[in-house]
Ligand binder design. Sequence first.
Ligand SMILES: O=C(O)COP(=O)(O)O
Ligand SMILES: [Mg+2]
Length: 227
Amino acid sequence: MFLDGFTLVFDLDGTLVETAPDLHRATNQIMNQEGLDKVTLENVRAFVGQGARALIQRGAAKSNVKFDDEKLDKLTLQFIDIYQTDIAAKSHLFEDVESTLDMLSSEGAKFCVCTNKNTALAIKLLEALSVAHRFESIVGADAVAHKKPHKDHYLHALNAAGGALNKSIMIGDSVSDVGAARNAGVPVILVSFGYTDIAPEELTPDAIINHYSELPNSLKSLLEKGT
Ligand SMILES: O=C(O)COP(=O)(O)O
Ligand SMILES: [Mg+2]
């Protein structure tokens, strides 16, 4: 069991779940309400990863609008309300996530989720996709004082899962995930199919996977290298 005692800390949006279509719909409902230009699905894929507040502000920036804090607070609450009512209309796990988790779990790994999404939304989404029970902890940005890329967010999710820092690895898709892993001093694997405005190679992770079927071997090589 090559992953005995290991905890794999997963990012959520763009890493485990393709959430962009539902986030896109909710974002454009807000843009429409505010009389701003619609954002494209590709825009959303570049804007996700720093939470709903950042998504809205980045969407508005496309129309050269910058909301003040109070307005942004209000719009974020509205966004969450819109998004959560139909959270998994189009969202789905990336191909082979479940079979890969089965395989890794048979090698001794435990899993948790460290996401810049709101915790309640993250749980609701994973429940809708029938996989919430697979994760020892699901920790969103609202549950910590400092979200990813701060190490506290990573450590909080890991501790809540009963994991050990020197036996943990981050798996994510964006600059926030690489930052959290580097700040916590742990290795990081990026998926090539996630949400980021910076190419995964430029983020210099320890490894990149193009499909979940590559994850077991990627982890094996990482551990053999002793990264
Ligand atoms: O930006 C978000 O809402 C969350 O993104 P994450 O799951 O990739 O951290
Ligand atoms: Mg992500």
